[in-house]
Ligand binder design. Structure first.
Ligand code: B12
Length: 212
């Protein structure tokens, strides 16, 4: 791995925010594509943090510090992920479902969608179904994120709330997050599932063009 990417990777695993932001700046300066920095330096590091946690080699506080370093790195990378000549593509409300506080994946999906011309309404984390119901009037697509197996059910609750409020036909609902699968998405009646942020962009685009 490139030395700068190694610095970013190590910085995230060890939770050193300054090393990560300096590394991202250096990598951009060296002309490395934002995509490579994200995939090889950052996402792989977060996966390693997850592995360490699973193996009992790190705990929640360390995970939090790593997440903070990752967030700082993402903020540095964000302006470089916008594509040129993009046209307004639609409005997407994004939120992490009730009970769940993980937001790195949701934020990344938001960044990529924004880069592709979508307007993002970020509803934050631990979002109750009613907030999504309210947002449904103002957006074309609602994106639900869940990282915990225990909060996957909140996706179904949210879809049920949209249905009960008569809002379901108005919006497309897409879902994602580490424990979510295509099958689960179909099972709860979502309009689509994407396993990562790039696929989320393609999915949102295809759903919007299908309604035009
Ligand atoms: C960082 C982290 C945390 C941080 C979160 C900080 C933050 N601001 O997000 C903190 C420390 C707060 C945390 C807390 C907890 N965590 Co945690 N966490 C993680 C970790 C290490 C990384 C997650 C991450 O950010 N990945 C990087 C992002 C970019 O990837 P992503 O989220 O998967 O998103 C991508 C795709 O999934 C997709 N996507 C995501 N959302 C959406 C939405 C849409 C619409 C679409 C289309 C696509 C999409 O696109 C994204 C970009 O490519 C994971 C391990 C892992 N491997 O996932 C554990 C993990 C998710 N956590 C776990 C656990 C258990 C917890 C706690 C319960 C721990 C505890 N005992 O307190 C708490 C729960 C708190 C809560 N109520 O939410 C478990 C979950 C196990 C399970 N089966 O449910 C995991 C899997 C760790 C493990 N291996 O055991 N965590």
């Amino acid at each position: 791995m490139d030395d700068i990417l190694k610095q970013i990777y190590q910085g995230i695993v060890e939770g050193q925010q300054d090393a990560v932001t300096a590394g991202v700046a250096a990598a951009l300066q060296a002309g490395l594509p934002a995509r490579t920095i994200l995939d090889d330096g950052m996402l792989s590091a977060m996966a390693e943090v997850g592995r360490l946690f699973e193996e009992g080699e790190c705990y929640v506080p360390e995970m939090m510090i790593s997440a903070r370093a990752m967030k700082a790195g993402l903020a540095k990378l964000q302006p470089h992920m916008k594509q040129s000549n993009v046209q307004a593509a639609g409005i997407v409300a994004l939120g992490t479902v009730k009970g769940d506080l993980h937001d790195l994946g949701k934020n990344l999906v938001g960044m990529m969608l924004e880069g592709a011309g979508f307007t993002i309404k970020d509803l934050g984390v631990d979002v109750p179904p009613e907030r999504f119901v309210t947002a449904a009037d103002e957006v074309d697509v609602i994106g639900l994120s869940a990282l915990l197996t225990t909060t996957m059910g909140s996706m179904k609750t949210t879809l049920d709330a949209l249905d009960a409020a008569g809002k379901r036909p108005k919006v497309k609902v897409i879902v994602g997050g580490a424990p979510i699968t295509e099958d689960y998405a179909r099972h709860i009646g979502a309009d689509g599932y994407a396993s990562d942020a790039s696929r989320a962009v393609a999915l949102a685009k295809s759903l919007i063009s299908a309604t035009e």
